[in-house]
Design a binder for this molecule. Structure first.
Ligand code: ZN
Length: 175
């Protein structure tokens, strides 16, 4: 397994619509394993293909109970309820906001071998699924905020991004 490089907003392909997964190969399974390892390395609870530079419709997540899951070609087919909850994103580290989303979803997807899945999710799991699903549509969580909050969150990230990325790069300044 390997830790993958994260892509930071607004770099490609984060704002693009991801392509369906058509073949369920060993490479796809390895990608999902590496995405899980990367998610854990960065203390995330979900990670979508575009966040590691892969514009394919899959994401991994860890349920609140600890179970890991990989969803391929997911669709949210029903939703109900509404609740605000705090979200952050590995593609915009250090930025957090209260995001209002449905509390209950029904999901149809495929697993990493291509088997059909159909299940319902509530609460935090429903929130993770919707946040990750948005990544497949090229949508980051500030798009779910009112316009003034959205603008202030993008501004906050624009100011944080350079320091964040410079801070992670190897220092070339010592010479
Ligand atoms: Zn995210």
């Amino acid at each position: 397994m390997a830790t993958l490089n994260l892509v930071y907003y607004p770099d490609d392909p984060l704002t693009q619509t991801a392509e369906p997964v058509e073949s369920f190969t060993a490479e796809l399974a390895t990608l999902a394993e590496n995405m899980l390892e990367t998610m854990h390395a960065y203390d995330g609870v979900g990670l979508a293909g575009p966040q590691v530079g892969i514009a394919k419709r899959l994401f991994v997540l860890q349920e609140p109970e600890g179970l890991e899951m990989c969803l391929v070609n997911p669709m949210v087919t029903e939703h109900s309820g509404e609740e605000a909850g705090e979200e952050g994103c590995l593609s915009m580290p250090t930025i957090y906001a209260m995001v209002t989303r449905p509390t209950h979803v029904r999901v149809q997807a495929q697993d990493i071998e291509g088997n059909a899945l159909d299940f319902e999710a509530d609460g935090f799991l429903a929130r993770i699924i919707q946040h990750e699903y948005d990544h497949l549509e090229g949508i980051l969580f500030p798009e779910r905020l009112d316009i003034l909050t959205r603008q202030s969150k993008y501004q906050e990230w624009a100011e944080a991004r350079d320091n964040f990325i410079l801070g992670k790069a190897p220092s070339n300044h010592a010479t």
